[in-house]
Design a protein around this ligand. Structure first.
Ligand code: NDP
Length: 333
């Protein structure tokens, strides 16, 4: 059994990751929050036997093998560095950090400590995206020329906190959503983004100039071009992911989501063909791969390097939006 400590009494842990740990035979032994009262309440509500407001206390426990870091984004770096020092395996939320060199430090520290480090990019665990990756790799759309990602959603009121009002916590739509687009595009296309142009919007939700929507155009190594639209403010847009090739198009709807839902259609010379895909829980699959990696069997679904790459993309998008220019995606890898 792999025994987990939660760093952060977060919504994402409560809604998805605690269940995914348990579904894979893992155990959640403790939760850490900056606030002792919230830690206790969270532990009681989620059947976790212990709670603490001290990261050191959590990390010094012998019965914690791995930590899941899902605090606000500015805290990930120091918490991950401390976990690596303590010899704990690490599943860290995206964005790994606010700065690329910090993300490198985190991944390097885990490697030096000999622990597994993974980034919780859930979408590459979706059956829809895996089916699209396979279809492209099999040549079913010929040579991919363009991709379009529709990831403009509405941030529900209970999440309208640090994401829209705290730049220092890494708020804003780019580090929240665009980094997921980057990871999903990389995964589905098996290609790397090279440069971006972008424009942001503060459309009524983001405070103090924080972007609540962004549109980006990206060039990839193969020459493919992609566009993405991310938002907190689009109540009725729906999500989607499309890849257009010389011999066909893949049209996926409702697939930029945490749930294993949506549809994928291949459209080509002979008409429209529905592509079936696995409907398993995205987070359960991620935690299964993580547990395997801890046991020495394979890699996590998204590695630390994947987290560095998606952060590099997000930082390039932010820079491009600020300067109005074309910005190269520099990963430092
Ligand atoms: P939450 O806002 O739920 O939690 C983040 C932190 O905010 C918690 O660690 C907690 O601090 C603090 N907090 C939570 N509730 C309260 C409250 N009522 N009062 C005061 N403080 C509170 O964030 P999310 O779960 O939405 O996101 C956490 C991380 O996970 C982020 O890095 C985000 O980018 C990522 N994320 C990833 C997703 C994915 O699918 N990969 C999806 C959603 C988020 P403390 O622990 O100190 O109590």
């Amino acid at each position: 059994t792999i025994r987990w400590g939660l760093v952060g009494a977060s919504n994402i842990a409560r809604e998805h990751v605690i269940n995914a740990i348990r579904a894979n035979g893992g155990e959640v032994v403790s939760v850490m929050s900056a606030d002792a009262g919230r830690a206790n309440a969270y532990a009681a509500a989620n059947g976790i036997p212990s709670a603490t407001d001290s990261l050191d206390a959590l990390l010094s426990r012998d019965d914690v093998d791995a930590v899941y870091i899902s605090t606000t984004n500015e805290l990930h770096r120091d918490q991950a560095l401390a976990a690596a020092r303590a010899g704990k395996h690490i599943l860290c939320e995206k964005p790994l950090a606010l700065d690329l060199s910090d993300a490198h430090r985190m991944v390097d520290a885990a490697r030096a400590a000999g622990v597994v480090f993974a980034t919780n990019h859930h979408l590459r665990n979706a059956g829809a995206h895996r089916a699209m990756r396979t279809a492209i790799a099999e040549g079913r759309i010929g040579r991919p020329l363009a991709a379009r990602v529709f990831h403009a959603v509405f941030l529900p009121p209970f999440l309208q906190g640090w994401r829209i009002n705290a730049p220092a916590a890494g708020g804003g739509v780019i580090l929240d959503i665009a980094v997921h687009d980057a990871d999903t595009l990389r995964f589905v296309l098996q290609d790397e983004p090279e440069s971006v142009v972008a424009m942001t919007q503060s459309g009524g939700m983001g405070e103090g100039g924080l972007a609540d929507a962004v549109m980006t155009t990206v060039t990839f190594r193969s020459g493919l071009i992609a566009q993405t639209h991310d938002a907190f403010t689009a109540k009725y847009a729906g999500t989607g992911f499309e890849v257009h090739g010389t011999e066909g198009s893949l049209i996926a709807r409702d697939v930029m989501t945490q749930k294993p839902v949506g549809s994928v259609v291949l459209r080509n010379e002979s008409g429209e063909h529905v592509i079936d895909f696995d409907r398993g829980d995205l987070y359960v699959r991620a935690l299964g791969a993580f547990h395997g990696a801890v046991r020495g069997e394979g890699e996590p679904a998204a590695t630390g390097e994947d987290g560095i790459r998606s952060l590099a993309f997000g930082l390039a998008v932010a820079e491009a939006a600020k300067t109005g220019g074309t910005v190269k995606v520099e990963t430092g890898l």
